[in-house]
Write a protein of this length. Sequence first.
Lengths: 88, 370
Amino acid sequence: MRGLLTGAWELDPQVALRPEPFGALAYHYGNRRLTFLRSSDLVDLVRSLGDHASVDDALAASAIAADKWPSYERALESLAGSEVIRPR
Amino acid sequence: MSRLTDELKQGLDAPICLTWELTYGCNLACIHCLSSSGRRDPRELSTVEAKRVIDELRAMQVFYVNIGGGEPTIRSDFYELVDYAVGNGVGVKFSTNGSTINSERARRLAATDYLDVQISIDGATAATNDAVRGDGSYAMARQAMDHLAAANFGPFKISVVITRHNLAELDALQALADGYGAQLRLTRLRPSGRGADTWDELHPTADQQIELYHWLLDHPNTLTGDSFFHLSALGEALPGLNLCGAGRVVCLIDPVGDVYACPFVLHPEFRAGSVRDPGGFTHVWRGSDLFRSLREPESAGACASCGSYDACQGGCMAAKFFTGLPLDGPDPECVKGHGELALVGATAAPSVPRGPDHSVPVRLSRRRVS
């Protein structure tokens, strides 16, 4: 285990994603917060979280190079803070 | 400029959010009203037309609309439209002067999901507020807040246009919001609508702008709609996107369906089209000549030699336009003082351009704050 996000995660069901050239806009209908996902790889990763038992598994299954994983883990931590993703 | 900001400046296929003024009718006559509201316009969108707009917003994945006016709740179909929007995944935040929020209405609002309510006041005291918004308007707004709190609505928003006279009340406004468990939202006064007549006497002084900048840095959770990005030239950037989103990521739909670049430029020069045109709102957003031109790289113009241009982006298009300043020059409230100099020259202009005016013939009292 690395990073702060342990266990299994998923896109919060109250969040809608709108694809954009820079990645995606995420809107949480519950807390009404708007979040910018600033890469399409991050969008794919977030969408895939629900299919994997851990963040590490999702990263391993992704097209993201291993040396970039720490920055994606930090991005996911930030998304957890704004409730875009939630533990499951 | 980050890659994100660059891409936003080139515009998106759909707005991030938009402002929709449902009516020009209003029971108040605020002296700074950006839409010169008062009388209803007989050409207002019908219920069916408004629902068609909501259908488009859903299809474009616009997540929420900021509904205002005028006083939007005076439309008899107001709550029908709110329910229709929310039911279609288009969240609603509506601005109101509070006059129609009684205890029963507050309970119904509290029971509706995906709905934000924003009560407008322009001062922490009746004296300060009523001088701008009219006699009795402070008590009316506070009563609506009391009803929302009693109904456990949750964190509603208290929206304040910052003026020379209420800036000293920032801490008191924050305390008022905290007392209700509400969120404070502060926005910038623009010389738009009737604000063109009162901007000179209401806009914050240069010293007050510095005070506001530091207050905002000290209170980073304050909602601002990113409206004070011109202050970022004072140093550290304020939280938010710090760019003009007009026609790029936001726009305005007015009560008769006309689409403008932002809520503060109700003027033919910034009218992109109408939701009643063939192709509807979607076509206006994606295809209008005006919006396409606003998404082109802009020239720093007279600001090119200023080292702060990257921070302030030349300020607010509406503030420049309605004070008669060129759009590729400094904001009238430029914190480096360039706007004041430019305004001296602009006073020679024959007249300030005006947009649609629905003001009632006789205005409420316009007491000045001493």
